[in-house]
Write a protein that binds this ligand. Structure first.
Ligand code: HEM
Length: 407
């Protein structure tokens, strides 16, 4: 077996979930583009991943790609729904739908959310304090890291409070469809979760169509109903599911990964409490060092393409190692050192080019608000045991993270 294939196979193993970085380094040492399996390349370094994200000759694996290479594609509601969202749509269709969504999911709308995010953080810290009173250990992932992003994205979308908490299991099931090798049982669970979310949003959209409010679902429905260029019902539904799922699974992991790095580098705790480390640069370094999204995929949109002199298999594509590119020694000094005082970091954790993450500003707002507030609220915060990582490659984060709030 060639070394590239050995590396990608090892990356798929549960052991690599603990620490994939030595494998990324080995892959980088083989070159910027490394053939793996029979039909894929690994893009391993910062410059190559950065360039591929922006190269219009490469696209995301859209419906046509799945239909050509996955005989059972049409049977999977999860895959079909994601491919009807902007995440898996290419030009020119992508630009049309993305601009309609971006016309309501604006930087201004996100900036206006800052006080609401602060209030949500304060409320959730109160709840955490109650749960952890008297030295009872609490699970940070369940009681905070999940609740905050789900609360914020649901507030934005207009999902009523009583419906929010069941979304965690649904999102967890659905996002398995984004992993490189999803098994058939996992895909069945992803399909079931997708159907439930589609049903939920179809009903919510119908309610908001009849009685609009000041929320994103109402705004998106009006884009459908009012604008000259419209979102179809299917585009609306698929993108609502995407916004919900993309909106908290990743941010939950950013919060968990951030807290883990604080404990692994205790000096940052003081720095954050005293303000010597700016929350924004801390968050940027967490994104670089432990990216919540480790890998994304691109496929060639034309024949005869090559990357760094290596031919791209026409019937395959490329895995872009975002998490590996972020640790590239050619781009970063001491790439394996966690240093929140870095400047000009620009990690590739939110992707780049036309698919650049629509929620980057929101995710940063949540993390920069939440982590310093948590550390200041509980001066003797400590781990109550080892955090448990999820055995996933693409979405990197913790399943549970036990904490003691007071010593
Ligand atoms: C730390 C948190 C987050 C990370 C690391 C992250 C990462 C990413 C990445 C890497 C992509 C590009 C995928 C590709 O090019 O193949 C992406 C796209 C996207 N993200 Fe995020 N994301 C985060 C939070 C959010 C939030 C909070 C939202 C929404 C509320 C969101 C919505 C989206 C959407 C809609 C896209 C698709 C954009 C397009 O294809 O045009 N994300 N995200």
């Amino acid at each position: 077996m060639d070394e590239g294939t050995e590396i990608i196979n090892a990356l798929m193993s549960p052991e690599a979930a603990a620490d994939p970085y030595p494998l990324y380094r080995r892959a980088r040492e083989l070159g910027p583009a490394v053939p793996v399996w029979d039909d894929m390349l690994l893009a391993t370094d910062y410059a190559t991943v950065h360039q591929l994200l922006r190269d219009p000759k490469f696209g995301v694996p859209a419906r046509e790609h799945h239909e050509a290479f996955e005989p059972t594609f049409a049977e999977h509601s999860s895959l079909v729904t994601i491919s009807n969202s902007i995440l898996w749509t290419n030009a020119p269709h992508h630009a049309r739908v993305r601009s309609l969504i971006a016309s309501v999911f604006t930087a201004r709308r996100i900036a206006l959310l800052a006080p609401a995010v602060e209030a949500a953080v304060a409320r959730m810290l109160d709840e955490l304090a109650e749960l952890g009173a008297g030295g009872t250990p609490v699970d940070f992932m369940d009681t905070f890291a999940f609740r905050l992003p789900v609360g914020v994205i649901c507030e934005l979308l207009g999902v009523p409070e009583q419906d929010r908490y069941r979304f965690r299991a649904l999102a967890t099931d659905l996002t398995v469809a984004l992993e490189v090798l999803a098994g058939s049982e996992e895909l069945a669970a992803a399909d079931e979760a997708t159907e439930e979310l589609r049903g939920y949003f179809a009903e919510l959209a119908a309610q908001r169509r009849a009685h609009p409010r000041e929320d994103l679902v109402s705004a998106l429905v009006q884009v459908v109903d009012g604008a000259e260029q419209r979102l179809s019902d299917e585009e609306l539904l698929a993108n609502l599911v995407l916004l919900l799922v993309a909106g908290f699974e990743t941010t939950t992991n950013l919060l968990g990964n951030g807290l883990d790095l604080v404990f692994r580098h205790p000096w940052t705790l003081d720095g954050l409490r005293t303000g010597r480390i700016a929350p924004a640069s801390f968050t940027e370094e967490v994104l670089r060092y432990e990216s919540p999204v480790q890998l994304t995929t691109r496929v060639p949109l034309a024949a005869g393409l090559s990357v760094a002199g290596v031919p791209v298999p026409e019937k395959g594509g490329l895995f872009l190692l975002l998490g590996g590119a972020n640790r590239d020694g050619a781009r970063y000094v001491d790439p394996d050192v966690f240093d929140p005082l870095r400047t000009d970091s620009q990690p590739l954790s939110f992707g780049g080019g036309v698919h650049y993450c629509l929620g980057a500003q929101l995710a940063k707002l949540e993390a920069t608000t939440a982590l310093p507030a948590l550390l200041n609220r509980f001066p003797t915060l400590a781990r109550a045991g080892e955090p448990v990582r999820r055995a996933r490659l693409v979405l990197r984060g913790f399943e549970s993270f036990p904490l003691l709030l007071a010593g």
